[in-house]
Design a protein around this ligand. Structure first.
Ligand code: CU
Length: 154
């Protein structure tokens, strides 16, 4: 005759280890082991503006996910208007153009950096001194928003 009572005890002893393996296999966060979000903003900074009411901002939007996304707009409460620009070189002439949105494919990075894509922060409400910070809100095409803190530097 088989002993049913022995089985649950044995299974119970194995369960904790199996649970952790199942969590790892599912990619779930394990306590004490923080994971970076798949979609995130890195290296956000804004050029200091002590005498002008206009400056530029930069960041990297990381999309480590399997789904493409769209960067629809960026705003900063320290500026009356924030626009996304790209820099274009055509036969030696450098100009910048406003961009309505950026497509960010799955597993890619969208970089804003000097000489390339950049934010224009227009009609600053305050001087931006090195060491200060400026909050940025990135709005995605699906309605999600990402908050970032940009360091002000010269
Ligand atoms: Cu510009």
């Amino acid at each position: 005759m088989r002993s049913d009572a022995a089985r649950p005890a044995a299974a119970g002893r194995l369960t904790p280890a199996l649970d952790v393996l199942a969590l790892l296999a599912a990619g779930a966060p394990v306590p004490g082991c923080a994971r970076r979000p798949e979609v995130r903003v890195e290296d956000a900074w804004v050029r200091s503006a002590e005498r002008t009411s206009l400056t530029a901002g930069y960041f990297t939007l990381v999309n480590d996910g399997r789904v493409p996304l769209v960067l629809a707009s960026v705003s900063c409460p320290l500026a009356a208007d924030t626009r996304m620009h790209t820099t274009v070189r055509d036969r030696g002439i450098v100009s910048m153009h406003e961009v309505d949105h950026f497509d960010v494919p799955a597993r890619s990075r969208l970089r804003f950096r000097p000489g390339g894509n950049h934010l224009m922060l227009i009609d600053l409400r305050t001087r931006l001194l090195p060491g200060a910070s400026a909050p940025l809100t990135l709005r995605l095409g699906d309605g999600r928003t990402l908050e970032a803190t940009a360091r002000v530097r010269s």
